[in-house]
Design a protein around this ligand. Structure first.
Ligand code: NAP
Length: 408
């Protein structure tokens, strides 16, 4: 072994890869080991519920670390390996095969796990969606199906529903909450997206819980709701949320509270261990919060990797997400407050709009449909806490970027 500092990263998603690349940029001589339980090069997951299902992309078309893969960044990549335990006293991780991998600094980027509904165990014609293999199996089944039932009107459920509707598959979505996308957007945007799904022939049932699941004689599945309605379909996709994959950290005695607790530097309760992405709970303006989105995972991972390699960066990115459904490019950025001081809408065109939540004179968060350029400016207004002019917010002729020149 050389004198180089060894940084071990657990997790091959955007947070883990972001950590590896940032650690490499911070310390050219560090030994960096990335451990992933998937047997392939890390790949981008956002296309799995969209372009992959409609046949416009293959799951491995977009490697997270670029065309040359992780190895091109002088990162040792240990694929198909599960870490079983962390030996904090000896500063080593132990894999399922019993191998011990010592570290000077450890980054946990283990992501999240699908919340399974006991009534819906994965199996023939019953899918959850997370990996490339699951997306390919689901796509093959969708291509030979006439009907689909989706449980959960969140991001996975609605992206799958939109993809299926584009393929001509008759689709029904059952959501337990009183509206779709309640976790990520306001009532107005959620109502607009709801109407677009109806216009594309998707049957959306909200505020409805499942009572029974049965297998029909013709091989289809039938679900009965507590309201007494029955829906039968060739296949079912369940997208009912995720839980942080924090089991390793919990077993190792780190501070965990539905997510590994980290400070703004991605430090856990052990100074040699950092954590990033979906598996963590981070300091937010209204207390510790879990974030589940691609940009957060990548940028939070980068802070953890940098600091594991000796940096002192702090995380201050505003949360954001995007989703593609039909001709809608849906985006949200910022920290939704419990009670915004005002809510302002900006009508950009027949297919494009924005909605702003204000916290006094500043933007707390913004939602946009087909408003990429203005959302990018809104992000900077939020992160830099620039005061905004309400009249200008409502006027689509006034580019938001111009407000960035205002004095903070
Ligand atoms: P999600 O966005 O949290 O949505 C899950 C939805 O299912 C929620 O509306 C939830 O309602 C509902 N639900 C829960 N239990 C239910 C039940 N028994 N019957 C019917 N509905 C039920 O999670 P997801 O769609 O499963 O996505 C999984 C993860 O992938 C998330 O972290 C998500 O952010 C990520 N993802 C992101 C994107 C993107 O950013 N474009 C796309 C796909 C996936 P309650 O809230 O009331 O429980």
């Amino acid at each position: 072994m050389t004198d180089a500092r060894r940084i071990v990263i657990v997790g091959g998603g955007p947070a883990g890869v972001g950590a590896a690349l940032a650690a490499r940029a911070q310390d050219a001589s560090a030994e960096i080991v990335l451990i992933s339980d998937e047997a392939c090069e890390p790949y981008e997951k956002p296309p799995l519920s969209k372009a992959v299902l409609i046949g416009k992309a293959k799951p491995h078309d977009a490697p997270v670390a670029g065309r040359g893969g992780v190895a091109a960044h002088k990162v040792a990549f240990q694929r198909g390996t599960r870490v079983r335990a962390i030996d904090r006293a000896a500063r080593a991780v132990v894999t399922e095969s019993g191998e011990r991998i010592p570290y000077d600094a450890l980054v946990l980027a283990s992501g999240s796990i699908n919340r399974m509904l006991p009534m819906f165990p994965p199996g023939p014609s019953l899918y959850y969606l997370r990996t490339a293999e699951e997306a390919l199996a689901l796509k093959a089944h969708l291509d030979r199906s006439r009907s689909l039932l989706v449980i959960g009107g969140g991001l996975i459920g609605l992206e799958v529903a939109a993809s299926a509707a584009e393929l001509g598959v008759k689709t029904t979505v059952i959501e337990i909450a009183p509206r779709i996308l309640a976790r990520v957007c306001d009532e107005e945007t959620s109502a607009l997206i709801h109407r677009r799904h109806l216009a594309h022939g998707v049957d959306l049932r909200i505020g409805t819980a499942i009572a029974t699941l049965t297998l029909l004689a013709d091989g289809r599945r039938a679900v009965t709701t507590k309201a007494g309605d029955t829906f039968a379909a060739d296949l079912i996709v369940v997208g009912t949320g995720v839980a942080p994959d924090d089991a390793l950290a919990k077993a190792a005695g780190l501070a965990v509270q539905d997510g590994i607790l980290v400070d703004e530097h991605c430090h856990t309760s052990d100074p040699a261990i950092f954590a990033a992405g979906d598996c963590t709970r981070i300091p937010g303006p209204n207390g510790p919060v879990r974030l589940e989105n691609w940009r957060h995972a990548q940028e939070h991972g980068a802070i953890a990797g940098r600091n594991a390699a000796g940096g002192e960066a702090a995380y201050n990115t505003a949360p954001s997400f995007w989703s593609e459904q039909y001709d809608m490019y849906i985006q949200g950025v910022g920290w939704p407050g419990a009670q915004p001081s005002a809510r302002i809408s900006r009508q950009i065109g027949p297919n494009a709009m924005m909605l702003f939540d204000l916290d006094g004179a500043r933007l707390a968060c913004a939602m946009g449909i087909n408003a990429q350029r203005d959302i990018a400016a809104a992000r900077r207004l939020i992160e830099r806490r620039v005061p905004v002019d309400i009249a200008d917010l409502t006027d689509p002729a006034k580019p938001l970027a111009a407000m960035l020149k205002a004095k903070v």
